[in-house]
Design a protein around this ligand. Structure first.
Ligand code: AMP
Length: 218
């Protein structure tokens, strides 16, 4: 099963991708995580990517498309994948469709997670991530048992380096501006399935599961 999660930063794509990935046994392909790995290396590419990310801007399409499409060719992604954070622009969506069609594959579900801006900002500003396993915690809604460590593996929780409040606001703006046409790309083809992500996390997961199982969402 090949799935795309769309939605603004902070809407819960990471959490929901992880849950669905465990349920379906397919890998998550998160372009943001891939860029965070690359940016740690010592190379001119890493410096270039750090610049875009630290400003809250998008990495150029050419680079992003190449990186993600290569990843989708890996053996583990042949059984299925969940895309989180890609595509974000119309050229990315088109390149993905073209490549999958050439390979005789296709996207089964394009799921848009939606929530009002104030809910998203509250989540973004309260978000911490496990330095070891990458689990996401929100200080507002799902605090881990120990305040500064991961409830799953015990490693320290950290803020993401690109999660400065001003950068967050800017990332939301960039999403509205740059990504709306890409949402329209799927909407106009009748491929978009919307989920209200302002609800508690388990309800959101249940809504997603209904879509993936082929049931009509409530
Ligand atoms: P994310 O973790 O998905 O919010 O991504 C973090 C940052 O990585 C973004 O703010 C962008 O700078 C970059 N990035 C991730 N995915 C993409 C993409 N599909 N297109 C362009 N830039 C991206």
């Amino acid at each position: 099963m090949n799935i795309i999660f769309l939605g603004p930063p902070g809407v819960g794509k990471g959490t929901q991708s992880r849950r669905l990935s465990e349920c379906l046994g397919v890998p998550i392909v998160a372009s943001g995580d891939m860029f965070r790995e690359v940016r740690q290396t010592d190379s001119s590419l890493a410096r270039e990517i750090r610049g875009y990310m630290d400003r809250g801007e998008y990495v150029p399409d050419g680079l992003t498309i190449k990186m993600v499409l290569n990843r989708l060719q890996q053996p583990d992604a042949m059984v299925g994948f969940i895309l989180d954070g890609f595509p974000r622009t119309v050229p990315q969506a088109e390149a993905l469709d073209e490549k999958l069609e050439t390979d005789g594959r296709r996207i089964d579900h394009v799921i848009l997670l939606e929530a009002p801006q104030n809910v998203i900002l509250e989540r973004l500003l309260g978000r911490w991530i496990c330095s070891n396993c990458g689990r996401i915690y929100n200080r507002g809604s799902s605090s881990p048992q120990a305040p500064d460590t991961c409830a799953h593996c015990g490693a320290p929780l950290v803020r993401r380096t690109d999660e400065d409040p001003e950068v967050q606001r800017y990332r939301l703006e960039v999403f509205q501006r740059e990504t709306a046409p890409m949402v329209e790309y799927y909407q106009s083809q009748g491929r978009l399935e919307r989920v209200n992500a302002a609800r508690p996390v388990d309800e959101v997961s249940a809504g997603i599961k209904q879509i993936v199982d082929g049931a009509v969402p409530a």
